[in-house]
Ligand binder design. Sequence first.
Ligand SMILES: Nc1ncnc2c1ncn2[C@@H]1O[C@H](COP(=O)(O)OP(=O)(O)OP(=O)(O)O)[C@@H](O)[C@H]1O
Ligand SMILES: O=P(O)(O)OC[C@H]1O[C@](O)(CO)[C@@H](O)[C@@H]1O
Ligand SMILES: [Mg+2]
Length: 328
Amino acid sequence: MNESIKKIAVLTSGGDAPGMNAAIRAVVRSCAYHNIECVGVYRGYEGLIDGDFITLDARSVKNIINRGGTFLKSARSENFRTVAGRQKAFNNLKSHGINALVTIGGDGTFTGAIVFNDEHNFPIVGVPGTIDNDINGTDFTIGYDTALNTVVEAIDKIRDTANSHNRLFLVEVMGRDAGDIALNAGIGAGAEEILIPEQDMGRDRLLASLKRSKKSGKSSSIVVVAEGDQIGKNILGLADYIRENLEEYEVKVTVLGHIQRGGSPSCFDRVLASRMGVGAVDALLEGNRNVMIGTVHSKIVQVPFVESLKGENNIDLDLIRVADITSV
Ligand SMILES: Nc1ncnc2c1ncn2[C@@H]1O[C@H](COP(=O)(O)OP(=O)(O)OP(=O)(O)O)[C@@H](O)[C@H]1O
Ligand SMILES: O=P(O)(O)OC[C@H]1O[C@](O)(CO)[C@@H](O)[C@@H]1O
Ligand SMILES: [Mg+2]
């Protein structure tokens, strides 16, 4: 056990994700279990710079495992991108006697953690909390499973009305740089086509596929479009293009938006968050730093931050094949 760790701070950063509360709870209770002080930081790195801290004990985190969002709130902090901002954050950590930090967030949050540690040599452990699932070294990120279920439930409802009116719906889902939500929710909801940032299928192939789909006797069509997809980037423009080229379709557009980030976390996300929160405190007590807690084949692992950021375009090609085959 690393005796120098007596006080740990925890924060949530970047886009919120269902299960972040469960992760905070696990960190706080793990600290209580090990008789370590715990401090919550409001508004991610922004609160670190402002010194917006709160002491947390085991009872401070009651009744939150089931709540969406993050009670510590989150932020995208421009100030933390500056040397001066990070210096202020470091000063606040020192003046409060904090020895280590647990950051719950996505790839941007971990990038910030690397920069901060390079400058101030401060022990940080990351917990992947993002609906995007765009982190290398972990099979799942906290919030992704809940978001997928929210998306599938919404598309099921769209399918009802699409079928009743023989319509084509373009449904935009989140994923500025990542197609995981689109691909998996698309398969789960039986979408006819799925457009993701990692693969540009081209407008012509999309038209050909939709033509085939109509010919094969399908009464409705759903095209799931990740917000970062290249050809769907302007989903309204894409809808117009399809209208102009495929008169047989009546095209409607639904943008699911931030509904995907809210809601009570699934049991899967609650358990994942609990395991990762405990894993983060374990890692610090083992004397480790600059690592992210992940799960690989259901086992908790520690992954260097730099490894966690190597996942660009890391999409499972077999999922694309499955989507193609099952939408015939
Ligand atoms: N290069 C960097 N230097 C310093 N801080 C950074 C850097 N990149 C990101 N950060 C900090 O991390 C915060 C969170 O990053 P970002 O907004 O990309 O969200 P994220 O953690 O990737 O989560 P999500 O993608 O789920 O919304 C940023 O607002 C910024 O404060
Ligand atoms: O509205 P915001 O907070 O800028 O977040 C939008 C982005 O955040 C994410 O949902 C991840 O949290 C991305 O998929 C999306 O592009
Ligand atoms: Mg991100």
